[in-house]
Design a binder for this molecule. Structure first.
Ligand code: CTP
Length: 427
């Protein structure tokens, strides 16, 4: 019999993916992910947990991957698989990742082949959690997820929808096509210098400003800060010194970042301009209010018998425009534009006009709606440049969009002074 595997490129030239599968009902969807990965030219080794094999048996994984399958470190010991698989992988993806698997990974346990592989790999690791809503929202799970993200792993938030049984809520495994897209994005960075921002100082703004009317009420927006935090985490992972100017974000601080907390647009302006004075790049991912109430009262506004007084607004300064000119020599400035198309133009037309108006080098344009682009774990966008470049980043983890931004920033940064000095000496 001629197997499909024999028609593929030799396994040594194909990207190596370890597909970890832990014990949840969504393991059946990992079968489809396996098929998509192998059909798109990847060399996939499936490493299920013992519990995963209760849901989908080893013969299914072995037949579709064309490779042996074991949950144990005791099989093929002569090949030292608990070390080798992780070391040789270009990507480790765990789908579904159960609450138990996330807990083990966060605490560094290694009692089977998958958890051992997670401890030995230096490849990017993507977790796609799937579980009941209560388990996902439990503080233990949330802390484990935060720990893994802080260490540089990519953890998708589960999709919202029908779970096992009649209940619905966050906890579903994203669809296999979405998982494939996230894997491809991470694999695309294979072989890239992972510390290409070493020696650089970058400033990232995140979250949404609040413009107070009185001590308890404010005008705000829906930004969760996740995209900005993903930019900070990925820049740290690439060796940068990071100042994160954070407006009203309820996420844990990325380890190693200098976090400056602000509330209003005015405070954000001061903090960003201060930090920008020594920065090589500034990325304005925050949703900054364009207006603030003309009056901000020190005492709570009381309900009165008649009609309320209208609120008068005044304009806030545009931080991005102010940053863009004049600026430090060689500094790269990036903005974000959440847009909705309208009768005057589509999302990209608005984006191009905004890039020109603000004077930034790059603008990440993404389409938002009532249910898109804000609180979720994923984002998509087109990164447009003043030089006419357009890079389309498909829907995937916010970290993937962040990495795409840093790729373009790194390309635009002038050589660090140290390198220039060396060249001069050589010449
Ligand atoms: N921005 C800023 N200062 C402001 C308003 C926005 O620095 N006062 C930055 C944002 O951080 C973002 C970019 O400008 O990087 C685009 O923000 P957006 O709200 O889309 O643009 P606006 O200029 O406010 O235009 P509009 O709301 O009319 O679309």
């Amino acid at each position: 019999m001629t197997s499909a595997a024999s028609h593929r490129a030799p396994s040594s030239t194909r990207p190596r993916v370890v597909l970890g599968v832990s014990g949840g009902i969504a393991a059946y969807k990992a079968v489809e992910l396996l098929r998509l990965l192998t059909e798109s030219g990847h060399d996939v080794r499936v490493v299920p947990t013992r519990a995963a094999l209760e849901f989908v048996g080893a013969p299914t994984w072995a037949a579709l991957s064309g490779k042996p399958v074991s949950a144990e470190v005791w099989d093929d010991v002569q090949d030292v698989p608990h070390v080798r698989l992780g070391q040789q992988a270009d990507l480790v993806v765990v789908a579904p990742a159960t609450a138990d698997l996330l807990a083990k990974a966060a605490t560094g346990q290694a009692d089977d082949l998958l958890t051992s592989t997670l401890l030995t790999t230096t490849a990017p690791v993507l977790f796609a959690p799937a579980m009941h809503t209560e388990m996902w929202q439990h503080p233990a799970t949330q802390e484990n997820v935060a720990t893994l993200r802080r260490r540089g792993s990519f953890v998708l938030d589960p999709a919202v929808g029908r779970l096992t049984g009649a209940d619905t809520g966050p906890g579903r495994l994203p669809e296999p096509e979405q998982l494939l897209a996230a894997c491809l994005r991470l694999l695309a960075r294979r072989g890239v210098d992972r510390a290409d921002l070493r020696g650089r100082h970058v400033v990232v703004s995140a979250g949404g400003t609040r413009e107070h009317l009185d001590p308890v009420r404010f005008l705000g927006n829906r930004s969760s800060g996740r995209q900005g935090y993903a930019l900070a985490t990925t820049a740290l992972a690439r060796g940068a010194e990071v100042t994160l100017v954070s407006a009203n974000v309820a996420l844990p601080d990325p380890a190693g970042a200098k976090v400056v907390r602000v509330v209003s647009a005015d405070q954000m302006r001061t903090a960003v301009l201060n930090a920008a004075a020594t920065a090589d790049a500034v990325v304005m991912a925050a949703a900054v209010a364009d207006f603030r109430p003309a009056q901000q009262l020190d005492t709570k506004i009381k309900k009165t018998a008649g009609e309320p007084a209208p609120v008068t607004l005044v304009r806030n300064r545009d931080i991005l425009a102010e940053l863009s000119a004049p600026r430090r020599t060689g500094q790269v400035v990036v903005g974000f534009a959440a847009e909705t198309g309208d009768q005057t133009g589509d999302v990209l037309t608005h984006g191009r006009a905004k890039l020109a108006g603000k004077g930034a080098d790059l603008l990440v344009v993404n389409e938002v709606g009532h249910d898109r682009g804000f609180e979720g774990p994923d984002n998509a966008g087109v990164i447009i440049g003043t030089d006419g470049t357009e890079v389309d980043v498909p829907q995937g983890p916010k970290e993937a969009l962040a990495d795409a931004v840093w790729d373009l920033v790194a390309k635009r940064l002038p050589e660090p002074p140290g390198d220039t000095a060396v060249h001069r000496l050589d010449g």
